[in-house]
Ligand binder design. Structure first.
Ligand code: GTP
Ligand code: MG
Length: 420
């Protein structure tokens, strides 16, 4: 079979794994001399790192710009929900408050108070907000570009941090325009707003500024996806992965992105399963580390938004009864994950061979020969891959049921058979 790539080729594609080239080389040489056991500590360290890496996102801007509303939207919450940031038409947020992601608490959105109020004149604000501790900043601006927006942009740049300029409440701008004028071209108006912000930032000496137009009431519209892509591009590999997994499940593209991130973990977990704690599982003919299997599946489920609380949040956001979303979930993997359930599922038990092509596509760096090395690797690999695919399909259906609209009738109406 000619599809498999050599391990050297994997090393050459730096974005395909969580490992640096140096780490991959180390993995390779350790595996050559000491086999699986020797690379276990390296993999364990990496898996731990993936689970413990924090991403801290600061959301700043003038009072009333929509900072708290944006954070709630990112966390799939609405004003008044338990744990949501308070929002309102009067100055609301008085000190930096961390809002962890509801299911992945390592991702934290920091709601900063508004800059330029009596309580926080610009200079005091820039002094007190401890700007250094965040991974990146989102400056939220609304209506007009202001002096305070500029001060924030310059200060963050001075500290050598990235910021993304978000122009919020675009829905409101468009509504006003519609009321004032009978005819207008939405795209042109959006472009005008974008250009205005960009040119002001350029005038202030900010090179190639990023400006994104959004409505926190409907993140599926305007520039939200572009904003995420820009954020992802500028985060280092592991933080990028953690950030992607914490995105709100707004559309199928986001769910697919999450699947790809989770997929990168499967070979690592499978390798670990071959070495530590492999025990015979009743019903599976081969030894497996059941804790790794169960833990992996539960983690996938949480990241894909298939736990009860996440489905409920999505239903609230989409203003649909939760039963409508739950009705499209067709996998027992959302219930209690037990060894028994795993053995009854079709995930991997039937076929335990992995093709060379699969090895190539599934980004198993360095140790292609591992397939001969441990049967529990094969078993765990198959079960986790199968479970991930099944959970992804279900997550896609839930997102469609939540946000599939009449604009996309083909998403919701099954194709009809044409009589020939
Ligand atoms: N139409 C529209 N209204 C928004 C949007 N985002 C926020 N708002 C409204 O703007 C008002 C202020 O929003 P907040 O999120 O409380 O603003 P803030 O920046 O946190 O304000 P402070 O905490 O005082 O600094 C609220 O009434 C929100 O409902 C949006 O995208 N579209
Ligand atoms: Mg606020």
């Amino acid at each position: 079979m000619g599809g498999a790539r050599s391990s050297e080729q994997f090393v050459q594609s730096p974005n395909s794994t969580f490992f640096t080239e140096e780490e991959l080389n180390k993995l390779k040489s350790e595996y050559k001399t000491g086999g699986l056991e020797k690379i276990t500590p390296l993999l364990q360290k990496k898996v731990k790192e993936l689970d413990s890496t924090e991403v801290n996102i600061a959301v700043t801007g003038e009072s009333g710009a929509g900072k708290s509303t944006f954070i709630n939207a990112m966390r799939e919450l609405q004003d008044g929900d338990e744990g949501a940031a308070k929002t309102g038409t009067t100055e609301t947020t008085m000190e930096p408050t961390g809002f962890p992601h509801p299911t992945l608490p390592n991702v934290c959105f920091w709601d900063l108070p508004g800059i330029g109020t009596k309580q926080f004149p610009a200079n005091k604000y820039l002094r007190e907000m401890k700007f250094k501790t965040y991974d990146f900043f989102i400056i939220i601006s609304y209506c007009r570009f202001t002096e305070n927006d500029l001060k924030l942009a310059k200060e963050i740049k001075r500290l050598g941090k990235n910021f993304y300029f978000v122009r919020s409440k675009i829905d409101g701008d468009l509504d006003s325009m519609k009321k004032q004028r009978k005819e207008f071209n939405e795209e042109e108006e959006l472009e005008k707003i974008r250009n205005d912000c960009v040119s002001k930032l350029l005038e202030a000496g900010i090179p190639s500024p990023n400006v994104f137009l959004i409505s926190s009431f409907d993140l599926n519209l305007y520039d939200f996806n572009l904003l995420n892509e820009a954020l992802e591009d500028n985060l280092p590999d592991i933080k990028k992965s953690v950030f992607i997994l914490a995105l709100p499940n707004l559309n199928e593209e986001i769910v697919e992105k999450k699947r790809k991130e989770l997929r990168k973990r499967v070979w690592m977990l499978a390798t670990l399963s071959g070495v530590v704690g492999a025990v015979p599982v009743p019903g599976i003919s081969l030894a497996c580390d059941i804790a790794i299997l169960v833990g992996g599946i539960i983690h996938f489920r949480k990241c894909l938004g298939l736990d009860d609380a996440s489905i409920q949040r999505l239903a609230n956001k989409a203003e649909k009864p939760v039963g409508v979303l739950k009705a499209v979930v067709k996998t027992p993997l959302v219930g209690e994950v037990t060894p028994d359930l795993i053995t009854r599922g079709a995930w991997g038990v039937a076929v335990v061979t992995i093709s060379a092509l699969e090895i190539a596509l599934d980004i198993i760096p360095v140790i292609g020969s591992i397939f001969g090395a441990g049967s529990s690797f094969l078993m765990t690999y198959k079960i986790l891959s199968g479970a991930l695919d099944e959970l992804t399909e279900n997550a896609q259906r839930v997102v469609k049921a939540a946000f599939g609209t009449d604009d996309h009738p083909s998403d919701t109406i099954p194709p009809t058979d044409h009589p020939s």
